[in-house]
Write a protein that binds this ligand. Structure first.
Ligand SMILES: [Zn+2]
Length: 439
């Protein structure tokens, strides 16, 4: 059966339904076959039929009385009939096939005394392994089909050509979340799905997933999973044409549906600016899925500093607001790649998210202070600011956090020698974060 499983795997590699069969006579393999209907353009090219032909040709005999056929999946009516025609001595199969199996599942050709004189049947040998091979194959194929499906552009949205963006990791495209209503969302998803931690990185306006690029290698090296969506309207995701499409509740709902669709657990939220507020709203709705947060350049509560309010108001008002340059002005670290920040808004009409953002900020739900206090107590919270953050000057930022969370220990209130774009300078902190948030 192990040899048949090898053939089944080869079939899967070739894009065929993974079924393999071998025929054994006197302890030696005398015939083999793997499913090949697609490659051969032949609906009868089942593994068992090919193995029977192979054995009969090699033995120079179309009667296979003293042979045993091992096959990974319960044979269908055609193959069972072929085995009876060959007067096969014995058939051994792995997984049952509840829809087409003709050796006991749907019907049992071998149990009909009128037509079967010899063939013995043995069922369920390595059944788990054989069935897993089938289900893996169909799961992978479904995922591939989903990924290959076109994501048609709605006439209420705009999209950049995928080739516009170089550099950052290739995203997966999703348009299947109900809240997206057909918009295409870019999601970078790297690292193993059974990783001990998943770092959910959420940007604010006007940046996008690229903000977290310097941090990815450290997490991946630790064997963790990293999830970086571009909010709708930002980065590589589709952009609604109308600013009215944006609301805080909508962004929270999209992110929540993403977390549920991917069944993410053991999440550490890495939230930058308003991405922190959106992510915390998701965490409050799904607390069992989150285990901590690393919040960067985020304002906790109360009115944001004037500089911050004015910066976003200008971004909303001025149709030619220079995104890359404006980002550089509030954090030197953003100066290295102004093009990356300009790209999403580089064409006319692509600025609905910027126009909507001051209103979205005003709609943001308050931070879940009880949850933050709990994480702080469990040593699962870092609040990180930039010493030169021109939007949230460090002393005011610090005071606001201590007012919102008076019990925040000094070690959890961290300052970096950079401006408003701390994630761009945070590559060197990832190893410490992996240690600190270790489950
Ligand atoms: Zn068959």
């Amino acid at each position: 059966m192990r040899a048949a499983l090898e053939l089944a795997r080869a079939a899967a590699q070739a894009g065929e339904v993974p079924v393999g069969a071998i025929i054994v006579k006197d302890g030696a393999i005398v015939g083999q076959g793997r499913n090949a209907p697609v490659a051969q353009g032949d609906p009868t090219a089942h593994a068992e039929v090919l193995a029977l032909r192979d054995a009969a040709a090699r033995l120079g005999n179309y009667r296979l009385d003293d042979c045993t056929l091992y096959v990974t999946l319960e044979p269908c009516t055609m193959c069972s009939g072929a085995m009876l025609h060959a007067r096969l001595g014995r058939v051994v199969y792995g997984a049952a096939e509840p829809r087409t199996g003709a050796a006991g599942s749907v019907l049992d050709v071998f149990a009909l005394p009128q037509i079967n004189h010899h063939t013995q049947v043995t069922r369920g040998v390595l059944a788990g392994e054989c069935a897993a091979l089938m289900s893996d194959f169909f799961r992978t194929r479904r995922a591939e089909q989903r990924a290959a499906q076109p994501h048609p552009l709605k006439d209420t949205a705009l999209r950049h050509a995928d080739s516009t963006f170089g550099g950052f990791a290739q995203p997966q495209w999703r348009s299947d979340l109900p809240a997206l209503a057909g918009l295409r969302l870019a999601v970078v998803d790297e690292g193993p799905h059974d990783a001990p931690l998943t770092w959910l990185c959420l940007h604010g306006s006007p940046s996008w997933g690229q903000l977290f690029q310097p941090m990815l290698p450290g997490w991946l090296q630790a064997g963790h999973r990293v999830m970086v969506p571009d909010l709708p309207g930002f980065g590589r995701s589709d952009q609604p044409k109308k600013e009215k499409a944006h609301s805080a509740a909508w962004h929270v709902q999209v992110l929540r549906e993403l977390v549920l669709a991917l069944d993410l657990r053991s999440i550490v939220l890495v939230g930058h600016d308003d991405g922190a507020r959106l992510g915390l709203a998701v965490a409050q709705a799904e607390p069992a899925r989150f285990c901590g947060a690393w919040l960067m350049n985020a304002w906790p509560a109360g009115p944001a500093p004037d500089a911050c309010v004015q910066w976003f108001a200008q971004a909303a008002r001025k149709p030619s607001w220079p995104v890359g340059r404006a980002m550089h002005e509030v954090g030197e670290e953003a100066g290295a790649q102004p093009q990356a920040w300009n790209l999403p808004f580089s064409q006319p009409g692509h600025r609905a998210a910027l126009q909507a953002w001051p209103r979205v900020q005003a709609e943001m739900p308050p931070l879940p202070m009880a949850l933050l206090a709990q994480w702080s107590q469990q040593q699962r919270l870092w609040v990180q600011g930039g010493e030169h953050d021109a939007l949230m000057p460090a002393p005011a930022w610090r005071q606001a956090w201590l007012q919102a969370l008076p019990q925040l220990p000094p070690a959890q209130l961290r300052l970096s020698p950079c401006g408003h774009w701390v994630p761009l300078c945070a590559a060197g902190m990832v190893a410490d974060a992996v240690e600190y948030f270790r489950p």
